[in-house]
Design a protein around this ligand. Structure first.
Ligand code: TYD
Length: 140
């Protein structure tokens, strides 16, 4: 049986939300609310209007993307199907498996994209050439 990586493997995770009149609180524990060990956290901020970030795929890296502040879209492409997910709540995360082309775009003013990553930074893990990505046999 041949199972291909698909944009439908990307999924919204709802994190715990502790509502409080003093301000709400959300937390994340690795391997409990996120389906991998968190080896790295980075965030994207001060994005000028109309800019996009992260137009590439990863060979191995899995991520969870959170709109900690403001809103933006995550465009996903598995080489066959495309999907655009809107993020705009601090208690939602988008799980993006490896071997999915993804781009963050349409950032609102002052938005912050928090990214939980399964691996340390490795430039060799990036697939930046969309033609190469399309040619890859994206078996699970
Ligand atoms: P990159 O992931 O290439 O951003 P984008 O895909 O949006 O263009 O990262 C931009 C730069 O930041 C690149 O030179 C590598 C560096 N970087 C790190 O050093 N560590 C990290 O964890 C990340 C995400 C990027």
């Amino acid at each position: 049986m041949k199972i291909m990586r698909s944009v439908y493997d990307a999924a919204i995770i709802q994190f715990p939300k502790i509502l409080d009149d003093r301000g709400n609180l959300t937390f994340i524990e690795e391997e409990r609310h996120v389906p991998f060990k968190i080896n790295r956290v980075y965030w994207i901020y001060d994005v000028p209007g109309g800019e996009s970030r992260g137009s590439h795929a990863y060979r191995e890296l899995q991520e969870v993307i959170i709109a900690l502040s403001g809103s933006f879209e995550v465009f996903l492409d598995d080489g066959m199907a495309q999907k655009t997910v809107n993020l705009g709540r601090a208690y939602y995360g988008l799980y993006v498996p490896n071997l999915i082309w993804r781009r963050m775009q349409n950032f609102s003013t002052n938005s912050i994209a928090l990214v939980l990553a399964s691996l340390p930074y490795n430039v060799g893990d990036y697939i930046r050439d969309y033609t190469e990505f399309k040619r890859m046999d994206k078996l699970l």
